[in-house]
Design a protein around this ligand. Structure first.
Ligand code: NAD
Length: 474
């Protein structure tokens, strides 16, 4: 048998693992195991551990990156049920079937090492390569809406690119995030003998997030969350990839396939009880097809509320704050359609995916990113008015917009007007993340800073190497 470098490394590692340490896989290229499985009490301790891990990780071949990424994917798929349940029990928002689906079906679509590439020019003067190299330690802030899926998706992209990562999770999803980090680290240690490629602050707070923002050891920030944290990241001294809020509108015109439009709207808006930042939040439909569309939504799992029921729900779903602005009632965010219906004063049949109803264009449910499976439908005279209202309801986030139309000129018009990071035509919003549409998946869609749906290349520095006068082979 040929003794390849990989084979020797595996044998040494197996011996070390059997000796109980699982420690360094090669001659001194891995730090001693910390025994923490990546979970640290402070931002500083978590960054220091990730820095030590990066020193070792950067010496490793791409094959080891592949193995590390595979560990994360495998755990997400094989333990989806247990981890999904854990996430729902802790966060108390969303749906179990979709929490499981996000780990089991979505995470494997997050791109890994295979996505990396080298660009090159070759000519009379030699060859010039552009390689995609790691930054080092990345600081990641993750949302409560998909605590472990965001962490896992970020980690796959970032580790594939050769970085290590420190996570500050949302306090309400911190336990499942820490448990995921423990499991990922144990598996990665077993696979390649390295600890702490992913670290996490055990009890995250706004202070620990701020400490991560300012830490000298953090080379890049990746922030996924709502308006406050997006603003904080944009104001930070550190370079930040910012995946901020959205309020995705849907336009349905007179040429649309109404069955497909209704089914798609319900699929997207019901997904994890509308917690997805790309999920359908309000619909503008032309009057010519409005009533038929409403009937179709009713046939595809929607339950229609009347004006009185919508008023009752709205009174509970929003509260006027001291700042004289309305705020979404967090107790109703991500709750089941049946719960919202009850608040509206009605019982709905089992299997109801969303509740919906007709509202005006200036309704609170249209204006706010409600993250609830109640969808307001607004009747409009024509498609240009629909696009205009869609644009204004999106508040310039430039995040996601959805269109149902067979008219290609409407597709172009709306695409231009909305100017969004994700624009889905004739499908559910999730198709924009490769779920029922083409393309790779990420739970961090960086609109404000322009990286778009993040991939391993988002987390790389470009490095150019010019070799002059040689290395031209043709
Ligand atoms: P959130 O803004 O309340 O929290 C997000 C993260 O930021 C949490 O870890 C939180 O602890 C932290 N945080 C909040 N304020 C902070 C501050 N001032 N300084 C430092 N850290 C701070 O959001 P959420 O409720 O967890 O998630 C839902 C929001 O995130 C929605 O607005 C949704 O659109 C957005 N989101 C966007 C994407 C995307 O890819 N663009 C993905 C998921 C969620």
């Amino acid at each position: 048998m040929e003794m390849t470098e990989d084979l020797i490394r595996n044998v040494i590692q197996q011996v070390l693992t059997q000796m109980g340490g699982g420690g360094p896989a090669t001659n001194g290229s891995g730090p001693r195991p910390s025994g923490k499985d990546g979970v640290y009490p402070t931002a500083d301790a978590a960054v220091q551990a990730a820095e030590a891990a990066f020193k070792a990780y950067r010496t490793r071949p791409l094959a080891d990156r592949r193995k590390a990424v595979d560990c994360i994917r495998t755990i997400c798929v094989e333990q989806a049920e247990e981890l999904g349940r854990m996430e729902l029990e802790e966060t108390k928002i969303g749906r179990l079937d979709h929490k499981i689906g996000k780990l089991r079906d979505a995470i494997p679509r997050a791109p890994g090492v295979e996505y990396l590439r080298t660009d090159n020019w070759s000519g009379d003067d030699g060859i010039t390569l552009t390689d995609y190299a790691p930054f080092g330690v990345i600081g990641a802030i993750t949302p409560v809406t998909h605590s472990l899926p965001t962490l896992a998706g970020n980690a796959i992209n970032m580790l594939a690119a050769g970085n290590t990562v420190v996570v500050n999770a949302h306090p309400s999803g911190a336990k499942v995030a820490a448990e995921g980090v423990r499991r990922f680290n144990r598996a990665i240690r077993k696979a390649i003998g390295l600890d702490d490629l992913i670290t996490i602050i055990e009890t995250p707070t706004l202070e620990s997030a701020a400490a991560l923002f300012d830490h000298r050891g953090v080379k890049l920030l990746v922030v996924t969350g709502g308006p406050a944290v997006a603003r904080a990241a944009l104001a930070s001294k550190r370079r930040a990839v910012v995946a901020g809020p959205g309020n995705p509108p849907v336009v349905v015109d007179g040429t649309a396939d109404l069955e497909n439009a209704a089914r798609s709207i319900v699929t997207g808006a019901a997904f994890d009880n509308n917690l997805l930042c790309i999920g359908e939040k309000q619909v503008f439909a032309v009057s010519e097809i409005f009533d038929r569309l409403m009937e179709a939504v009713g046939r595809h799992g929607g339950f229609r509320l009347n004006a009185e029921q919508i008023d009752a729900l709205t009174r509970k779903a929003f509260a006027l704050g001291d700042d004289k602005h309305y705020h979404v009632n967090k107790d109703l965010v991500g709750r089941d359609a049946a719960v919202l219906a009850k608040v509206a004063g009605v019982d709905v049949p089992k299997g109801t995916e969303i509740v919906f109803g007709e509202t005006g264009a200036d309704h609170l449910f249209v204006e706010h990113e409600q993250m609830m499976p109640f969808i307001p439908f607004v009747r409009v005279p024509d498609v240009d008015r629909a696009i205009e209202l869609a644009r204004s309801s999106e508040h310039g986030y430039g995040h996601t917009a959805i269109l149902h139309s067979r008219d290609t000129s409407v597709m172009s018009r709306m695409g231009k007007v909305m100017d969004c990071t994700v624009f889905v035509v004739n499908g559910p919003s999730v198709a924009g993340l490769g779920l029922g549409g083409e393309g790779v998946l990420s739970f961090s869609i960086a609109g404000p800073t322009g990286e778009g749906v993040t991939t391993p290349l988002t987390f790389c520095r470009q490095r150019r190497t010019a070799v002059v006068g040689t290395m031209r082979f043709v």
